[in-house]
Design a protein around this ligand. Structure first.
Ligand code: PLP
Length: 405
């Protein structure tokens, strides 16, 4: 059954019972979401009652683990709107997924080739490209950000040329909450390999990667209410087929010999070693649960709370939001700066009152530079967030500012 967003939904998230009796306003969902009960049950159930390694056993317990693992792949394919389960590569998270793509494509890069990333990216969608561009003599360029923290797609239109081999952008900024127009980016760079970092988009409902027109899509389980330690790289069938492996080891091979080793077909080619089985089963349980929810009710709830937060912050003297002012094409991730006060101090003092925010550069230093700040505070909403969380922030912030100034 689909519970109403806000307080009723907390019944499904064990953290709220664990934290009851103390002030707890969890607004750090951009860093990690809380685990939903079905995901926790799947993780613990595997580890305590049905644990065996996957893909290699022939006895009952091992066979059941492999069947569950295959089912998890099918669930993630449904969640992403993939063409088939074979397009789902299990990873340890978004960072690993992006590294698999970057290192896999490295061999195709020639001197002077261009990789386009953006000023809005998390470091995990910048550094892997720099690692592979340098040795190949390729160049990483960045789509600039507009003043309100969106991708400047007019600038992208002027940047794309015949040397542009890869475009890799975030679906949703982890700082400004801005939602990227992936269809327009596809249209602007029709010949480039299009990679999308979906870490911040995944908790906001099922996806349709095929309709989006991208070639690769990355997400993390822990941000979509699953366990830590798992994630997905989706790749369009023909793209994955053409991609060489990044990590070598067991389970990713067809045949190993000192005369030459051949590799398994995707997705196994990219899954060297024992995968994070429990976390994968938990992630898939979270995805199945997410697919059953009333997404229009959840989106309306997030919009209401986001407006409350943005309007409240705008009314506090000396507070400046970095990001779009409205909720149009933007999710409930709100970064703000307080005049004359360091973000860490704001977050620490609000943390003492049970308001959980993140303060820092959010692994997005180029964007901090664009905004000319060293760090910001960030509040990020989830479907279990409620008006009392937002109000705890809005009421606490002026007091904290008063004490810190
Ligand atoms: N991309 C974005 C937009 C993120 O917000 C994050 C994490 O905050 C990542 C990538 C990295 O995700 P992970 O640490 O789960 O690999």
């Amino acid at each position: 059954m689909s519970l109403a967003p806000g307080r009723p939904l907390r019944a499904r998230f064990p953290i709220f019972a664990a934290m009851s009796g103390q002030p707890f306003h969890y607004l750090d969902n951009g860093a990690t979401g809380q685990i939903v009960d079905v995901a926790a049950d799947a993780l613990l159930g595997f580890e305590t009652r049905s644990r065996a390694n996957v893909k290699r056993g022939v006895y009952g317990l091992a066979d059941a683990a492999t069947v569950a693992f295959d089912k998890a792949r099918a669930s993630m394919a449904a969640f992403l709107g993939a063409g088939s389960s074979e397009e789902i590569v299990f990873t340890s998270g978004t960072t690993m997924a992006l590294n698999i793509v970057a290192h896999g494509l490295a061999g195709e890069l020639r001197p002077g080739d261009r990789i386009v990333s953006s000023v809005l990216e998390h470091h995990s969608n910048i550094v892997p490209w720099q690692l592979v561009a340098g040795p190949a003599g390729a160049v990483v360029r960045a789509i600039p950000a507009t003043g309100e923290g969106r991708l400047d797609l007019d600038a992208l239109a002027a940047m794309v040329d015949e040397r542009t081999r890869i475009v890799s952008v975030t679906h949703v900024s982890n700082v400004t909450g801005a939602v990227s127009d992936i269809a327009r980016i596809r249209a602007l760079a029709p010949d480039a390999i299009l990679v999308v970092d979906g870490a911040q988009r995944a908790p906001h409902g099922p996806l349709d990667v095929q309709a989006m027109g991208c070639d690769f899509y990355a997400l993390s389980s822990h941000k979509m209410f699953g366990p830590t330690g798992a994630g997905v790289l989706w790749g369009r069938g023909e793209r994955l087929d053409a991609l060489p492996p990044f990590l070598g080891g067991g389970e990713m091979i067809r045949r190993v010999s000192f005369d030459g080793t051949s590799y398994a077909r995707p997705p196994h080619r990219f899954e060297a070693g024992t995968p994070p089985i429990g976390p994968v089963l938990g992630m898939a349980a979270a995805a199945r649960w997410l697919m059953q929810q009333d997404w229009s009710a959840w989106a309306a709830h997030e919009k209401r709370l986001g407006e409350r937060l943005l309007n409240g912050l705008a009314a506090i003297d000396g507070v400046r939001v970095h990001g779009p002012q409205g909720l149009q094409e933007r999710l409930g991730i709100v970064a703000f700066e307080v005049d004359g006060v360091h973000a860490h101090d704001v977050c620490q003092m609000l943390g003492d009152r049970g308001v959980c925010l993140r303060g820092g550069h959010h692994c997005a230093q180029p964007l901090m530079e664009r905004f000319d700040v060293a760090a910001t505070a960030r509040a990020s909403l989830a479907p279990y967030s409620d008006a009392d969380d937002v109000d705890a922030l809005l009421q606490g912030l002026p007091e904290v500012i008063g004490r810190l100034r």
